[in-house]
Ligand binder design. Structure first.
Ligand code: SF4
Length: 371
């Protein structure tokens, strides 16, 4: 089981981002208090099981520093059973990491850091309104490597306006040469309501062509696999078996509890999410109004969700589980469908799992496969 805490605060609003966050930092302490209250309310329901991962996500939880998040983690220990070897991840950005250092995070029990580097091109960082510079990213990585924090992950983006494939390859090679264990690669998408969407509409930025974006995805794959990383999920690479335990639990359908505004939860057949409003969240925890919205999926939607999630993973769909979930008829229909697509989209050694080339093109197959 995984425990997720959504910390919805950021120093600056990146132009591409549509996550739930605010740059108004005044409400931090009220929100942390509300998170404690939500944990207390959820405690009885979740106390029987134990969490093997805790994930501080956001937003930028690293912005709050260990003085604020340390006591919050202690509170989680009081409300829930966290396994002694639980993976405890903190998302942070380079500038915040440099501000707080690593000792405080280590002391509070963070054993996995996820650093939002995105690119090492200073101009692209500035154009996207990131709060950090490329030099800060390098210095933050120096600090993390010297800290002995056991697991380190870096986020890198591709398809960014102003960054060509050759430079992206150099960025990936530079990062891969470091002592990091995990790299997530995300293609830039233009989300509704973001500053980037407006800039694209006003022709203030020019996005790279689709072919170039595809070329970048494949080039990253070459660099990272050559450096010993396993491409274990469409956007994720791990070295030395250091896959993200937290995300792997999502992909394999384990229960998870999400605390905080916009956080999602799954428990058995029940699933729900908290609405994306800090004010409503704080009020709800103070007994004024509700925040939880149930998510109802019918039988077909559950199968589709399983299909779409599993096909993102290296393992894809296993025959035994597929037969049990969807029955022989559906399973053989999927295998037949696979024959209509190029061989190199799929791994030869697994019954139904994409190759890297297949992940690039997966929408066509998945659109045809969903119920
Ligand atoms: S720091 Fe992360 S969460 Fe915050 S605006 Fe930027 S991308 Fe979004």
């Amino acid at each position: 089981m995984g425990l997720y805490l959504h910390i919805p605060f950021c120093r600056k609003a990146c132009h591409f981002c549509d996550f739930h966050f605010t740059v108004n930092l005044k409400g931090i302490d009220a929100l942390l208090q509300a998170l404690r209250q939500e944990a207390e309310q959820a405690s009885a329901e979740w106390k029987q099981g134990s969490f093997d991962s805790v994930y501080f996500g956001g937003g930028t939880p690293g912005l709050l520093g260990p003085q604020r998040l340390g006591p919050l983690l202690e509170h989680m220990h009081r409300c829930f059973t966290l396994q002694p070897n639980a993976e405890i991840t903190l998302e942070t950005n380079p500038d915040d990491l440099l501000e707080f250092g690593t000792e405080g995070w280590k002391a509070m029990g963070i054993n996995r850091l996820s650093l939002g580097v995105q690119t090492l091109n200073p101009q692209v960082l500035a154009n996207m309104n990131r709060a950090h510079t490329a030099d800060q990213a390098r210095r933050a990585l120096d600090l993390i490597e010297a800290s002995g924090i056991p697991k380190v992950s870096v986020d890198l983006m591709f398809g960014m306006p102003g960054q060509g494939t050759q430079e992206l390859i150099q960025n990936a090679e530079e990062l891969a040469a470091r002592n990091i264990h995990h790299i997530s690669i995300y293609g830039l998408t233009v989300e509704k309501g973001t500053a980037l969407e407006r800039m694209v509409r006003l022709q203030q930025v020019e996005l790279p062509e689709e072919e170039e974006v595809a070329e970048q995805y494949l080039a990253l794959n070459q660099v990272l696999t050559k450096a010993g990383f396993e491409h274990y999920e469409v956007s994720n690479y791990a070295r030395n078996g250091q896959r993200s335990r937290h995300n792997s639990a999502y992909w394999s359908g384990e229960d998870y509890l999400g605390l905080g505004p916009s956080a999602h939860s799954l428990k058995g057949d029940a699933r729900w999410f908290n609405r994306s409003s800090n004010a409503a969240y704080v009020q709800a925890m103070n007994g004024q109004g509700g925040i939880r919205e149930p998510e109802e999926l019918n039988a077909d939607q559950k199968i589709n969700e399983w299909l779409l999630t599993r096909m993102r993973t290296l393992e894809g769909l296993g025959e035994a589980e597929a037969l049990q979930r969807v029955g022989a008829k559906q399973w053989f229909e999927w295998l037949e469908l696979k024959q209509k697509f190029p061989d190199n989209w799929f791994q030869a050694e697994r019954p139904l799992a994409f190759s890297t080339q297949g992940w690039l093109m997966m929408d066509g197959f998945l659109r045809a496969a969903v119920l």
